[in-house]
Design a protein. Structure first.
Length: 94
């Protein structure tokens, strides 16, 4: 089964149906560093990451690169403030 890593800052309740469907189709790991609404029995694994702020605008999710190496595909936020997401998109830096 394809191993998929999904990186999010927060996990709001309205996104759970999509994540649950992905979890039924793939070996899904949902990694987040903020607030999560995931309850018991979700069809995917969750991992809590730590945020590091570099200045006023740059943020980094500690541990995201190591997690990415364990997966076949990565789905991440598109937000220029999250430097860790941009680094994962560059195969040389990953």
């Amino acid at each position: 089964m394809t191993r998929v890593l999904l990186l999010q800052r927060n996990v709001p309740h309205y996104r759970l149906p999509v994540f649950e469907q992905l979890g039924r189709e793939f070996d899904l790991t949902l990694a987040y560093s903020g607030v999560s609404t995931v309850g018991e029995g979700a069809p995917f694994r969750t991992v809590r990451l730590r945020d590091v702020h570099a200045g006023e605008w740059a943020r980094f999710q500690v541990g995201s690169r190591a997690l990415a190496r364990e997966h076949d595909a990565i789905i991440t936020m598109f937000n220029p403030r999250w430097v860790s997401s941009a680094l994962l998109a560059n195969p040389i830096l990953s």
